[in-house]
Design a protein around this ligand. Structure first.
Ligand code: CU
Length: 164
């Protein structure tokens, strides 16, 4: 839901207010879970400014998950460091850097896309199933979607509140 427009103010001030509204919306929803999770696991879920964006050769991942979710935002086609925003179902088998199964709750999360993954046929709102890899090494920490498929229209997703 876009924030309500703030009229009658200089554009720059308006932008600032809208940004703040957006980040408040963001925090009120899923980010609480995300923050708790990242403290518990060390994985900076939903944090865009991390080393997760590098997509160099990283070798075998520490874990691979298959998760379902709904596409919230697609990357602009011209971007090279492409990320997709997905409201994903819980990942009960999610494992932290120590190898403990801590689970990941339902949340909206950014996923960098492997170079080989095409998004041309995907649309915002699509239900998808995707395979994503996680690396915990000191130099290669991060995560990445390796493949993504659209699920049949009408697929019901479990996106209600959950605990990891
Ligand atoms: Cu997540």
């Amino acid at each position: 839901m876009p924030p309500a427009p703030v009229l009658g103010l200089p554009l720059r001030v308006r932008r600032l207010i809208e940004r703040t509204q957006r980040s408040l919306l963001h925090r009120k929803g899923w980010a609480t879970v995300a923050i708790a999770l990242s403290m518990a696991t060390g994985l900076p879920a939903c944090d865009r400014s991390t080393e997760s964006r590098t997509t160099t050769t990283r070798g075998e991942p520490d874990a691979v998950y298959v998760t379902r979710g709904r596409i919230e935002q697609l990357p602009p086609p011209e971007r090279r460091d492409r990320e997709i925003l997905i409201h994903h179902e819980a990942v009960p088998e999610f494992t932290n850097s120590e190898g403990a199964v801590v689970g990941m709750g339902v949340m909206v999360m950014h996923f960098p896309l492997a170079k080989s993954v095409a998004t041309d046929s995907l649309r915002v709102g699509d239900a998808v199933e995707f395979e994503w890899a996680v690396w915990w090494g000191r130099d290669v920490r991060g995560w990445e979607i390796r493949s993504i498929d659209r699920l049949p229209a009408g697929t019901e997703l479990r996106l209600g509140k959950s605990t990891p």
